[in-house]
Design a binder for this molecule. Sequence first.
Ligand code: MSP
Length: 648
Amino acid sequence: MEKKPKPTFYVTTPIYYVNDIPHIGHAYTTIIADALARYQKLKGKKVFFLTGTDEHGQKIEKAASEKGLSPKELADQVVVRFKKLWQELNVSYNYFIRTTEKIHQEGVQKIFNQLLDKGDIYKGVYQGWYCISEENFLSEDVPVEEDGYKICPDCGRKATLLEEESYFFRLSSYQKPLLDFYSSHPKFVRPQSRMNEVVSFVRHGLKDLSITRTSVRWGIPVPGDSRHTIYVWFDALHNYITGVGYGWNQELFETYWPADVHLIGKDILRFHAIFWPAFLMAAGFPLPETVLSHGWWLKDETKMSKSKGNVLDPYFIMEKVGGEALRYFLLREVPIGQDGSFSHEGFIHRINSDLSNDLGNLVQRTLTMVVNYFSGELQTPGEEKELDRQLSSLFEVTRDRVIAFYDDYSINRALEEIWAFLNSTNKYLADNEPWKLAQRIEERSRLARILYQALCAIRASSYLLYPVMPETAEKIWSAMGEDKKPGQVLITQFNFYGLKPGQKVKKPRALFPRVELKEFIGGIKKSTIAEESSRKQEVKMDLVSFEEFKKMDLRVAKVLTAERVPGTNKLLKLQIDLGNEQRQIVAGVAETYSPEDLVGKEFIVIANLQPAVIRGIESQGMLLAAEVEGQAIIPFFDREVPPGTKVK
Ligand code: MSP
């Protein structure tokens, strides 16, 4: 018996770490999710779209302390940036989950307890190489280097050897159930190549998974054993159920769970395709339908990421060309699953050729003709001829193909189809030469048909484009005098000949002005790095009054002793003289200065900053330094100054 289609659709993005500000890579996942959500709504589904932020763990704790903030303060700031970006990109999520929310924490603790009672979680001792940056123990086959350390294969940084009491999840018991599940659900992971990877990994055997840390404080405590903090991935993955009501809105949860599609990047495949279904099986929940793994956006052949400093700032791009063009480019350029290289030339080409020419000009020209020839009023069209019928039948074929591609998550192919249809519409106008007919009074009715037919085709293609470019589709519909928005019309109700004679059309402003490559590259060079433009924004936005500035107690400090913090590359522990007191600070300067460089030196510290614990060491102040390509450069004095002198 054929499966009845579900009336609901639940789509998720990964929850983003808050140590990074949003970049094109994050925007990519979220835009795909948004397009799928909008498409499913057109199909009449009740849709729930979840996104959010992953706020716990050592990485966040460290990033916050480097900025002199508490982890929650850092998260609060970064969340604002994510939400603002989603708003500007027209992302229509239903709920933004934060892992620091009570509903989430309680949900995770509830499941932890349940699995503990069931025996799927047990206490033991873990020894392993841990990568702080990736928040992950390295797999055992990573070799030990000559200097006795292991290097994290994902980020290239030195890992730290940790031994600690830990709770374990009995992942090994789920090897067989997982393999059975994969073979009965061969489309659980997509694309197929990723499914094969997962199956082969699981076939090699699964070890139990350490899911708590005693070395990390910033996280959800193990219920009843608060020395232990729940490992970020056990915490984070459960957002997909806590974000949709688990533990706080049973009806919501039952309506939408299991998810139809978890969108993820290929770097987090193992967590979603192995750990997550195993956790769910253990807790007795139904499993999601699909884990859709997309590729990376590369810049200069490497993955864009904050640590590499090669991220493109979506705001810069949006300032130049708007969010819609960015949505189009990201979804059109590469099939989901493959990597894409962000080249300025490719980007400009898509905008000028596809958006400005094929779409923008077509809309502008056709509407202008209706305004010029018929004072902006749609006329009753003359008789339909073969050429006209060809265009409407071509639309029927296009629509079916576009639906099939959207259903198959092949958004780029759907866009190709839409563009082929736009080009046929352009050709229809070129073949029929309405501008010539307009000169002959006896051709009015034929002219009316051609413009009507072309407008119907534009209206229809913008309808199909709506999931990817909602604002553009709305603008086009509104310029045609439609009172409905495309998002309010179901696919099953959509009618090619939906335009009514008498409707008033207006000329829209150019939808996509052409962009000049030269000007664009110049601009990108100046501010590609997201942080650079964020710094600029901060300068503009965060003015402080003199009174506020005076609250900062800046003092001259002299370094008495300095030593490296074991197991880190960046940190030095310094004892400093502040005139009438001695203090200890932890400073992230070890990549630029050795301990000997600093002893006896004087610099400026903020003396009244709230103390913070960094890698288990209390830091009672922060020194001031410039950050140049990730390196801290300390401003020193050009003469001796008494320690403790106030700086203003
Ligand atoms: N917090 C985890 C996810 C937990 S989900 C339960 C995480 N966060 S992340 O912020 O580092 O990455 C989130 C998503 O952004 C991942 O899917 C990742 O693949 C994606 N991208 C980050 N950089 C990317 C590119 N350069 N290109 C495309 N997507 C990439 O992992």
